[in-house]
Every structure is written in C-alpha cells, then in structure tokens.
Design a protein around this ligand. Structure first.
Ligand SMILES: NC(=O)c1ccc[n+]([C@@H]2O[C@H](COP(=O)([O-])OP(=O)(O)OC[C@H]3O[C@@H](n4cnc5c(N)ncnc54)[C@H](O)[C@@H]3O)[C@@H](O)[C@H]2O)c1
Length: 385
C-alpha cells in the first residue's frame, strides 16, 4: 500500500473556522495523514488541541518554529512533507517562509499574505527553495468551474467580452458584528487582515475565479472601496470595474454588509458566441446560453459523458448526487498530494500558484490605490504597486 503524505498544520485550533474544513478535505482524499501541528497562538492550547485531534503528544507543538525545527530532526521517512497554513492573514508569509527554509512544501489559505510585499517575499522563497506552493481558492475545485474553464479555452463561447462576478455576504452587516466573533475581529483589524478587508477576504476569491475561468489576467481596475459600517477602518464593501488582457471589461463586487446574502459568489462570462453562468450556492448547475437557443444546464457526475475529462475527474459520484464545497476543497488537496508524491516530477498542484497569490495582492493594492484616487484606472503591474 502506498504510504500517505505526512502533513503538518499551522492554525486551525479550537473554535477556528477553516482549519477543520482543511482537515476534512485532506481526509476525503484518503491520501494525507495529519501527523503534526501548531494549532494556536497560545502554546498550551496548541499542544492540547493536537492531542485532542489524536496526534502523538510529541508532535503536538507549541509553535510553528518549534514544529519545523523538531520535525527536521526526525528521519526523512517520518518528518512532515508539507504544511497546511490556516492562520489569519498576517502570519501566512512568516509561516510559509519558515516552512520552505525547512524543506517543507506549503499549502496555504488565501489571501497569500496581508500585504503585497509579504506576498513577494513568499514568491522569492518558493523560487529559491524549488518547493511546492499551493493556494486554496476552493471554488475552482468545483467540477463545473473546471468545465467552464475548459469550454472557454476551447472557444465555446467565443472571445470573452464581459465578466460580471460578485461575492456578497451579510455576516458583517451591523456594527455589533465586528466584535461578535474572533473571525470578525481579526478580519476588521488592519494589523491582522492586512491592507484590505472584504476585498482581501472574499474579493480575492472573485478575482481568482475570473482569472481561472477565462484564462485571462486582469490588467487594470477602477475601484471604489467603502467602509459602510461605522467604527471600521477597512473596507467592508466595494466594486471594481476591470479590464482583462484581451481588452474585455468586467465588474467585480465584494461585500460583507449585504443583508440576506449568505455566501453569494456568482459569475457570468459573456463571449461573442455565448455565455456561461455559475453560482456557488447552487454549484451543481452551470448554464450555457446561445442567442436564439434554449438554455443548456450542465450537471456534474462521473457518468456525465458530455463534460471534459478534467471536470469528470473532479467528481466522485455519478450525476444526481450533489457535489459541494468540501469536495471542491478536497480536489485541491488531491492535486497537492499528487504533486508532493511526484515531486519534483511536475509542479502542478492543482491549486492556485504563488504567482496567482501575488496577482491577488496586486489586485487588492491597485483597487485601494484607485479608490483613494477617485476611482482612477490603475494598472496591477504599475510601478507604484
Ligand atoms: N478558502 C476559504 O474559503 C477560506 C474560508 C475562511 C477562511 N479562509 C482563510 O483562512 C485563514 C484562517 O481564517 P479562519 O476564519 O479560520 O480564522 P480563525 O480565527 O477561525 O482561526 C485562526 C486559527 O489560527 C490560530 N493561530 C493564529 N496565529 C497562530 C500562530 N502564530 N500559530 C499557530 N496558530 C495560530 C488561531 O489560534 C486560530 O485557531 C485566513 O487567512 C482566511 O482568509 C479561507
């Protein structure tokens, strides 16, 4: 039997939001064992939580620095091969750089860092180490999102002309929401979230979804970022017009103050021959429309022979069995585990790359600069960002 990939985790302690999702996603692959971790900024809580998860007590560490140092002393066939980073944004870069200099591959949650400069530091460390880096934008793990990318690349909707993408939530709609959970507290704090609020937290998902599906880079933005709820310093609502590398136009909205919106990520991509619509709250349907013809609705499934090979490969069950967020997340882990197993044969982790992470930070920086400059068009590769 093939041995599983040995993974460590940083963050994701008791009461954390996304750490448990990563552990579940890694489990779904059947290819990854969580064998070590530093789960909390409190060393005692970290050790206790690791033991609660069933780790050997001597591999439930107090800090990530201790974990990387002690793991390196273990024989190569025992030490962790990769680490999953699920801490708040401000520590991603430090943890990633520590992992890479300890010879450990990295799978990291988004955004890649709090600030563009830290993202560039991670990119240099990935480059110097030659190790794997995957960024988890889980929505691109959905079979039908993969299908959208495949069909657009094959020219099925023609040349992309316009994209409308929005990611709307309501959990920060009121002033009291800012202090209602630790997740809200750090996301509203520039020292922990980084240079942006909602645009960093969910705007980067929308950005990544556009670039993933169209295969085109966003080159410039004209943005308005707002702080709607009094008492906050970071944006909780905003919109950016953008241009893609082929000259197409788009509009990206990201807001956490839209009452009644749960996790409303939706994308519409219009080409000169047809269009595609997908919404993550109903991820098992993708609509393709052609002028003068009835809508086509595509469904995911291992037996959906009309889908592309990569989309079918992202399904675990036949059609009619709903596929969801956790399975999309697991598809990222499956790709990452394959790349770790094959390393250095190929660098394709199936996740967003370090370059994608840097692009997401350039998008945030350009949107902030534009917003401060009366929504002037601002290039993502501009000299000032
Ligand atoms: N991909 C997604 O869909 C998605 C969804 C939610 C959150 N996220 C991202 O995941 C990250 C975590 O978000 P969250 O909502 O789970 O936060 P959270 O506050 O719920 O959990 C963060 C955890 O990290 C721990 N931690 C903080 N500093 C640490 C350190 N130095 N060492 C070890 N542990 C430390 C905390 O104790 C806590 O357990 C953020 O970057 C966020 O943007 C991504």
């Amino acid at each position: 039997m093939t041995k599983k990939i040995r993974m460590g985790m940083v963050g994701g302690g008791s009461g954390a939001l996304i750490g448990a999702v990563h552990r579940t996603a890694a489990n779904i692959t059947g290819d990854i064992d969580l064998v070590a971790g530093a789960f909390s900024s409190d060393a005692d809580a970290s050790r206790a939580f690791g033991v609660e998860l069933g780790l050997a007590a001597d591999r439930a560490y107090g800090t990530f620095a201790e974990m990387f140092a002690r793991e390196a002393e273990l024989p190569p066939h025992e030490r962790i091969q990769c680490v999953s980073i699920v801490t708040p944004n401000d520590s991603h870069a430090d943890v990633a750089c520590a992992a890479l200099s300890a010879g450990v591959h990295v799978i990291c949650d988004k955004p890649i860092a709090g600030h563009l400069e830290d993202a560039l530091r991670v990119a240099r460390a990935v480059d110097q180490s030659g190790l794997l880096f995957g960024l988890t934008h889980p929505y691109v793990g959905h079979p039908l999102v993969i299908e959208a990318r495949e069909r657009i690349a094959a020219g099925e909707i023609g040349e992309v002309r316009r994209v409308a993408v929005s990611y709307l939530q309501d959990w920060l709609s009121r002033a009291e929401d800012t202090k209602a959970s630790k997740q809200a507290l750090w996301r509203s704090d520039p020292a922990r979230s980084g240079e942006a609020g909602a645009f960093a937290d969910i705007g980067t998902h929308a950005f990544n979804l556009v670039e993933f599906t169209t295969g085109l880079s966003i080159t410039e933005v004209a943005a308005e970022l707002r702080t709607v709820v009094a008492g906050r310093t970071l944006d909780d609502d905003g919109a950016a017009m953008f241009h893609l590398a082929n000259g197409a136009s788009g509009l990206l909205s990201a807001s956490q103050v839209c009452s009644g919106a749960l996790n409303a990520l939706r994308i519409e991509i219009y080409g000169d021959a047809g269009s595609i619509f997908w919404a993550q709250e109903a991820p098992n349907a993708m609509t393709i429309k052609y002028r003068g013809q009835p809508d086509q609705v595509l469904r995911p499934g291992t037996n959906a022979g009309y889908l592309s090979e990569p989309a079918i490969a992202a399904c675990r069950t036949p059609g009619g069995h709903p596929k969801g967020y956790l399975e999309a997340f697991a598809n990222l882990y499956a790709g990452f585990a394959r790349a770790v197993r094959d390393y250095p044969a190929h660098g394709d982790t199936g996740c967003a790359s370090v370059a994608d992470g840097v692009a997401g930070m350039r998008f945030i920086r350009a949107a902030l600069l534009s917003s401060r400059n009366e929504s002037a068009w601002t290039r993502l590769d501009g000299g000032d960002n």
